[in-house]
Structures are given as structure tokens and as C-alpha cells.
Design a protein around this ligand. Structure first.
Ligand SMILES: [Zn+2]
Length: 162
């Protein structure tokens, strides 16, 4: 929760907003100031047959994770997904589907989770990717850190796929 108005710096009060409950309010701007948070996409990447998944390692961390990235201001989540896959893996998905969202408190970010299918297993990772690997779907469960955001999204895919 932000204590000060992000426009004028005045200390916020808490005020009742009809149908919304108690919301921070700037007495100087006379505006409600809803809390601000970041948005990002993270993507379970699959081959076209949906028999294999691709995880990456990044930033010197030795855990496999999903390809992810912040959504730029003015960009929608679908555009961010396509941009991130192009930037980080040098590929465009042949299709992608929304799965779920998770709020990640540590970075004050709403993660918007999709799965995406690639036409083939050829990818062209950029400098942001330390390494990547394709896994059979069962191997993927073991490869990814237990109880991580990535594993929650990956397991969601496995439980809901048709
Ligand atoms: Zn203000």
C-alpha cells in the first residue's frame, strides 16, 4: 500500500469509496489513489505436439524458469508475450493461450501466465538466456524448482491440458 500520493507527494488518507471499500485518498488532488503494481507475462513453452517443454536459466541462477518479462506501459499482455519470445528466444509462437494470473509479492508484480506452442524446437536465445533445455513433460516436473512460480504455472498447464 502506498502512503503518499504518486502525483503530489501528499500523505494519503483512507476514505470510503462506494462499492469498493476503504481506498487511499489524496486530500490535495481530491482523487482516490489505487495501489500501483507491475504486470508481467510468464510463458510455459511447448512444442507443437505438446509433448515437450522448454525451460531457461537466466541471470546466473541455477534454476530452470519460464520465459518471462514485464509488460511495457501502453502494451497489452499478448504483445508483451510475442515480444519477449522474439527477444529472448528469437521465435514467434504459432498459438498461445491464457492460463491464470498470480500476484508475486516479492516484486509487487501481477504475473499473467500463458502457454505457447512453437512450430519446432529450433530457438535462437539472446544474451539474457544463460542456457535452455527441452524436457519431456514428466521430466519437466522434476526439472523445475518445487513451489516456485514457474512450477505453479507449469503444473497448472499439466492439470488443465486437454
Ligand atoms: Zn495528490
Amino acid at each position: 500500500m502506498f502512503d503518499y500520493c504518486y502525483e503530489c507527494g501528499t500523505k494519503l488518507e483512507i476514505k470510503e469509496l462506494e462499492h469498493e471499500g476503504l481506498i487511499p485518498f489524496c486530500p490535495k488532488c481530491k482523487e482516490f489513489r489505487f495501489p500501483i503494481f507491475s504486470s508481467a507475462v510468464n510463458v510455459v513453452i511447448l512444442n507443437k505436439e505438446q509433448t515437450k517443454t522448454l525451460f531457461v536459466k537466466q541471470y546466473g541462477i541455477d534454476n530452470y524458469r519460464l520465459v518471462a518479462g514485464y509488460i511495457n506501459k501502453g502494451e497489452n499482455a499478448e504483445e508483451a508475450l510475442i515480444r519477449e519470445l522474439n527477444e529472448e528466444l528469437g521465435v514467434s509462437p504459432i498459438e498461445f493461450h491464457f492460463q491464470r494470473t498470480i500476484y508475486f509479492e516479492k516484486s509487487n508484480t501481477l504475473m499473467i501466465n500463458y502457454y505457447a506452442l512453437l512450430d519446432n524446437e529450433e530457438v535462437y536465445p539472446n544474451y539474457e538466456i544463460d542456457s535452455y533445455k527441452w524436457f519431456d513433460l514428466d521430466e519437466g516436473i522434476e526439472a523445475i524448482k518445487k513451489a516456485s512460480l514457474a512450477s505453479i504455472c507449469y503444473n497448472y498447464y499439466l492439470e488443465h491440458r486437454k
